[in-house]
Design a protein around this ligand. Structure first.
Ligand SMILES: *Cc1c(COP(=O)(O)O)cnc(C)c1O
Length: 394
């Protein structure tokens, strides 16, 4: 029986559907690892690393156990530690900042651009001190940050650049793939990411051979060859079964990203008169739409309405890092990062995954239109958003 999709609940991401299409190839890949019983590092990890670095148009990829580890080990390989400052954005997933903290360095947060919600180069410039060792721009929701001014400034100031590309596998900035832009990049293969494993995983991507060797050593007890330890390293290797799964899924990444782009264009077109703020990419970036995030002053009511229509949404992220109990020690009270704080109250992530069908997209937008019509009939109001600038939006 063909399920009636209009009655089914529409999830934010549908991994079961994605895996159903790839099951035979993935089963074979996992069986191969078991047959070879080459369970730690080995040929599959090396093959994935070389395929993924080529995909990112970079020289090296080093597989690690998560995106958080990728960020932390890249920082450590650059010699970042206690007494150093690392600049990143307030509007990101907390892992970006945890990675900085775990090296012993001090995270320095800056507010984001009100339109792109990524790092404004001017804010980075203002946050640099004599202690700044590195900067981590985040390609949030799949959209690359404005990298060229950040890279130029970092070079002038002797600051290393790590891209947080955990949400942006395959995205391009001025034609170049993310992952190849800075000194290093961190990727996550958490299952829900655009390239996701069957568990945790991550990678550091870089053009710097020395940095790649350091990360390779740090992920594997700090050894250079077996039982020869040059650093107090960790056990943070990419699991071999995950590498085998990722090799299969990497071959389908561009196709999936292309579908996400088509879905995003369609959603944007259908939401033009919805009264919501819909995401737009600056002309020089090609987003891979990890998430499709709209903004509404009536976010919580809209979210509830959509759920009643069977449309599941998410909030990425509801509480900014500086307002989390874990980061009370940053001493950044409410009001410290107004753009980030306003966004946290207004953002809503709509369902977004490659396998979405045309009628599901219209089901989402029809439900939003119905909500808007209901709202404006009850109490007319002009939606005003916290938008201080609209740089480079085309
Ligand atoms: C997912 C994510 C991470 C962390 O990746 P894990 O694999 O979950 O450790 C870091 N930064 C951003 C922006 C992410 O979305």
């Amino acid at each position: 029986m063909i399920p009636n999709t209009t009655l089914q609940q529409l999830p934010l991401v549908d991994l079961q559907l994605q895996h159903a299409g790839l099951a035979p190839q993935i089963d074979e890949a996992i069986a191969r690892v078991i047959r070879n019983s080459d369970f730690v590092l080995g040929g599959e990890v090396e093959a994935f690393e070389s395929e993924f670095s080529r995909y990112c148009e970079a020289a090296h990829a080093v597989g690690v156990d998560s995106g958080t580890s990728a960020l932390e080990l890249a920082l450590r390989a650059m010699g970042v530690g206690p007494g150093d400052e690392v600049i990143t954005v307030a509007n990101t997933f907390i892992a970006t900042v945890l990675a900085i903290t775990h090296t012993g360095a001090t995270p320095v947060l800056v507010d984001v651009d009100p339109v792109t919600l990524t790092m404004p180069p001017e804010a980075f410039a203002q946050a640099i001190t004599s202690k700044t060792k590195a900067v981590i721009p985040v390609h949030l929701y799949g959209m690359p940050a404005d990298m060229d001014p950040i890279l130029r400034l970092a070079r002038e100031e002797g600051v290393r650049v790590i891209e947080d590309a955990c949400q942006a596998h395959g995205a391009r900035y001025k034609g170049r793939r993310v992952g190849s832009l800075g000194d290093a990049a961190a990727f996550s293969f958490y299952p829900g990411k655009n390239l996701g494993a069957f568990g945790d995983g991550g990678a550091v991507v870089t053009n710097d051979g020395n940095l790649a060797s350091s990360v390779r050593s740090l992920r594997n007890y700090g050894q250079q060859r077996k039982y020869h330890h040059v650093a107090k390293g960790f056990n943070r290797r990419l699991d071999t079964i995950q590498a085998a799964v990722l090799r299969v899924k990497l071959r389908h990444l561009d196709k999936g990203n292309e579908r996400r782009r088509r879905h995003a264009a369609k959603l944007s077109a259908l939401l033009v008169e919805s009264g919501l703020l819909v995401p737009k990419s600056p002309v020089y970036v090609e987003s891979v739409w990890h998430l499709f995030v709209v903004r509404s002053r009536l976010r919580d009511a809209l979210r509830e309405y959509l759920l009643n229509c069977g449309v599941v949404t998410g909030i990425h992220y509801p509480i900014p890092i500086h307002l989390q109990p874990a980061y009370a020690d940053l001493n950044c009270p409410v009001g410290s990062f107004p753009v980030t704080e306003a966004a946290a109250l207004e953002i809503l992530s709509l369902p977004m995954y490659p396998e979405l069908l045309e009628e599901q997209l219209t089901r989402i937008t029809s439900a939003i239109s119905a909500f808007s019509a209901l709202e404006s009939s009850q109490q007319p109001r002009g939606d005003t958003y916290y938008l201080a600038s609209s740089r480079n939006i085309g």
